[in-house]
Structure formats: structure tokens, C-alpha cells
Write a protein of this length. Structure first.
Length: 118
């Protein structure tokens, strides 16, 4: 049957392999969200308290919908929390992700990749 996906083996090894692939994909999404937030300075803008996507967008010259998606992604990985509808604050981990907390080495790593690889 052409076009049909191959049957999934029901082995424990196959289940572990699928779980690994899913975890790696989610970790990549989390890394991209954090990298984007560090690169455009979202942590610094929200660190002063609470911020809406519109406030972040205006301060960082990005689209409000993009700011909303990024803030929700940061909330999903535990770096921010949505306190009220469309109002976000940083978690403790998010506050530690600010540029001044990361230092030059950390900023370089998150915005350009690991210094060991560049």
C-alpha cells in the first residue's frame, strides 16, 4: 500500500525511541524560545514587574502577536507565568535569565550558540 506510513513496532525499545524524539523536539523549542527572549531583551522588559504582550512588543519593536506567542512559550517552559489574561511576570528562573544575571558569556551562548562551538 503506497503512501501509508509504516506500522509502528510495539516494542519497549520503539516506545523509548519515540519518547526520546518527542523530548528532543520539545527541548529544541524551549531553547529557541529562550534564545529569542534573550536576544531581543524580553527578560529585561518583564523583570520590572508585569508586562502585557503589547508592552513587550512596543519596547522591543516586535509584533504584538509574536510577543504573545513568545511570552506563552516562556510560560510553558517555566520562565514566565501568565498572572492575568495577557499579563505576564517572570518566575525565579526567568529572573535569572536576564542579561545582567547571565553575564557576557551567558548572553553570547544563548544568542549565538555555545562558545565552544563557534
Amino acid at each position: 500500500m503506497e503512501g501509508n506510513p509504516p506500522a509502528r513496532p510495539a516494542t519497549t525499545e520503539a516506545r523509548h525511541a519515540r519518547a526520546l524524539i518527542a523530548r528532543l523536539a520539545l527541548e529544541q523549542m524551549a531553547t529557541r524560545a529562550m534564545s529569542a527572549a534573550v536576544a531581543i531583551g524580553v527578560f529585561g522588559r518583564v523583570a520590572d514587574g508585569r508586562a502585557t504582550p503589547e508592552e513587550v512588543a512596543a519596547a522591543r519593536e516586535i509584533a504584538p502577536q509574536g510577543a504573545r506567542r513568545l511570552l506563552r512559550a516562556l510560560a510553558a517552559i517555566g520562565l514566565a507565568q501568565e498572572e492575568d489574561t495577557d499579563t505576564f511576570a517572570l518566575t525565579t528562573a526567568g529572573r535569572l535569565s536576564r542579561s545582567d544575571a547571565l553575564g557576557a558569556y551567558g548572553r553570547r551562548w544563548w544568542t549565538r550558540g555555545s562558545p565552544a562551538c563557534t
